[in-house]
Design a protein around this ligand. Structure first.
Ligand code: FE2
Length: 282
């Protein structure tokens, strides 16, 4: 029985036991405009033993695609691309941890794809990569007609990245649905994580759809608005309070559920809380 979730312009696939996509689905990212269809789609695959999300961004006009964080079960990613008639030309990495990159060489053995990651993450990783495109914050990556912006959001790792396109934001292990990435790993920095979350909160519209690196909540994606309201990591006025919570106090189990924003925070002075209050009062 084919099972596909559709939510705000992307699709979420399940596979047969043979690894074949259970249904062809081609959902445009945004609504159809007066003259044309949005140039791309995002398809979500949950793969591997750590509940990783791997994304396939498909550019409709060129029939080319980018894989975000290839890992675990690469044949399923390839089967999906081939099933829909797309050539994988690019690989986007949110960060270098093993659970997000262990399928990289398998993809590159089949496709002559361009690797993209932030330069600072490549330095942290120290891997020999075949001709990688090393980016800086704000660079634009083109996949056919699809323009993708790379954002430097350190904290989980020094060069963690998010990728934005057409009202969607792929957040890696920076922002999860009602959670955020660990900051107790090698070269993690909880203070930087606070700044990165504040950046996402203040620079993206409330309706931006987020796509995290792991399936740690009851639903695979959310919006910035829902995170401002229900993600406890986005409720702090002071960085030192955030750091203490992230490093020592946080003990919630997955699947994460929303945490109510305390009323006093709605009236507080943090930029994140102010944004929530502005939304709730409008
Ligand atoms: Fe990670």
């Amino acid at each position: 029985m084919p099972v596909i979730f559709r939510h705000k312009g992307y699709s979420f696939f399940f596979f047969s036991n043979e690894g074949i996509p259970l249904e062809s689905c081609h959902t445009p990212i945004m609504a159809i405009t007066m003259k044309n269809i949005r140039p791309s789609s995002i398809h979500t695959l949950e793969l591997g033993e750590m509940e990783n999300f791997v994304y396939l961004i498909q550019d409709h006009s060129s029939k080319t695609a980018a894989v975000v964080d290839p890992a675990w079960e690469v044949p399923k990613v390839i089967a999906l691309a081939q099933h829909q008639g797309y050539q994988i030309t690019d690989v986007l990495l949110t960060h270098s941890h093993y659970d997000h990159t262990n399928g990289l060489h398998e993809i590159l053995n089949i496709y002559d794809a361009q690797i993209h990651l932030l330069e600072i993450e490549a330095q942290f990783w120290g891997q020999q990569l075949k001709n990688p495109h090393l980016h800086k914050d704000g660079d634009i990556i083109s996949i056919g007609d699809t323009k993708i912006t790379i954002w430097h959001t350190p904290g989980h790792t020094p060069g963690s990245a998010c990728y934005s396109l057409d009202g969607h934001l792929i957040t890696g292990d920076t922002l999860f649905v009602y959670g955020c990435g660990r900051c107790d790993l090698e070269e993690s920095d909880p203070g930087q994580m606070y700044d990165s979350l504040e950046r996402l909160a203040t620079q993206f519209s409330s309706q931006t759809v987020i796509h995290p690196g792991h399936h740690y909540a009851q639903k695979p994606s959310s919006t910035i608005e829902e995170q401002l309201e229900g993600n406890p990591f986005m409720h702090f006025d002071k960085k030192e309070d955030f750091v203490r919570y992230r490093m020592y106090e946080h003990n919630r189990e997955t699947p994460y559920t929303p945490v109510k924003l305390p009323l006093k925070k709605k009236l507080g002075i943090s930029r994140m809380a102010k944004k929530v209050f502005k939304h709730l009062s409008s």
